[in-house]
Design a protein around this ligand. Structure first.
Ligand code: SF4
Length: 351
């Protein structure tokens, strides 16, 4: 692509964004920004943490619940760990929730409730990596930072017709994205590229006919757009096996354990049971008259598939070891559990 063509791309994208920006609960749209309204860094930060590895559709409801219950970073910082983990249940990647709370407490108690307004200040906070620091500093503070997510990578690969496969091509895609990031309206620009990738330059069938970049897009002209970006073949996912022990007291209370802070589903409530592995380990957490349940839970994590067998029992509350929590029947809310644990409950709840 010629230099003069590259130079006009940011302005073309911003003009498109002015008319086609997606409406998001955390977003200050281009018209509002032009009228002087600036984004609330708390809402931008919260949305960016929630959006890590998670779709916009899945995040919207959680974002609404969090901001209704905790409208400011100080409100969130004062809440209990258990309340935040329960509110996060179902969103996955639970280390994010633990770091969210740590970060809220640093901002509220050490930084007087104000988020740092630069990449270097933001990246020092818990749970904020390079992508999130760039996104917050661009979107909340209009800093000239480049935000590179899957949408932006796809747009860059197509715009410049780059056939090197991901993830090896990331540095090259970043270099192109950085070269395009403008000094004026960098926050709107970052959101414009992401919106274009999410709504027009989509993975399977890019809508080149309505794309503002179609005159300059090299892959469109070459007829290769739908094949890009190329990706290195993924390794097959391993399968792990486990048993969840779902016990109730004779009064109907559920017996759960709080998982250790570190590791998968860290800090969340869950059904007792040994670690999941390549072979089945059948070690009941405590003595009870355990019986097999005829169904099993299948769940997909990022790095493995899980097959979880279930065992059921009834036990007197006095016989439950103190390291477990008994949640009385009327206080038990399946929505406080991570998805895999909730699936197990949903299978056995009437037994
Ligand atoms: Fe994507 Fe087509 Fe636009 Fe190129 S012209 S950026 S391939 S939608």
């Amino acid at each position: 692509m010629r230099d003069q063509d590259v130079r006009r791309i940011p302005a073309e994208l911003l003009e498109w964004y002015d008319h086609h920006a997606r409406v998001m609960p955390w977003r200050v749209g281009p018209a509002q920004r032009k009228s002087g309204i600036t984004p609330d860094p708390y809402r931008v930060w919260l949305s960016e943490v929630m959006l890590q590895q998670t779709t916009v559709a899945a995040v919207k409801n959680y974002f609404h619940q969090f901001t209704s219950r905790w409208p400011t970073v100080r409100d969130l910082a004062r809440s209990s760990d258990a309340d935040v983990m329960a509110a996060w249940a179902g969103l996955g990647y639970y280390a994010r929730a633990r770091n969210l709370l740590k970060c809220a407490r640093v901002v509220a108690f050490d930084l007087d409730g104000r988020f740092p307004d630069t990449y270097s200040g933001l990246i020092d906070l818990p749970g904020i990596g390079p992508y999130t620091a760039a996104a917050i500093s661009a979107i909340a503070f209009d800093r000239q930072e480049t935000v590179l997510d899957g949408n932006v990578e796809r747009v860059m690969a197509r715009l410049f017709d780059l056939h090197d496969p991901l993830p090896r091509s990331k540095p090259l895609l970043r270099a192109h994205a950085e070269a395009l990031t403008p000094a004026t309206r960098p926050g709107d620009y970052a959101q414009a590229v992401m919106d274009l990738g999410a709504t027009v330059c989509t993975p399977k069938s890019p809508a080149c006919g309505i794309c503002p970049l179609r005159p300059d897009c090299v892959a469109r002209l070459a007829g290769t757009a739908a094949d890009l970006p190329k990706k290195s073949p993924k390794k097959p996912k391993p399968t792990r096996y486990g048993i969840a022990y779902l016990a109730r007291t004779t009064e109907g209370g559920w017996i759960l354990e709080r998982r250790p802070d570190k590791g998968l589903l860290g800090g969340m409530l869950g059904w007792p049971g040994p670690d999941w592995g390549e072979t089945l380990s059948d070690t009941p957490p405590f003595d009870a008259d355990w019986r097999d349940f005829p169904g099993e839970v299948r769940h997909t994590f990022t790095h493995f598939d899980l097959i979880l067998k279930l065992r059921l029992a009834r036990i007197d509350a006095e016989q439950v070891p103190v390291s477990y929590q008994i949640i009385p029947r009327h206080d038990f809310r399946p929505s406080d559990l991570p998805t895999v644990m909730r699936k197990a409950h949903d299978l056995v709840r009437d037994r």
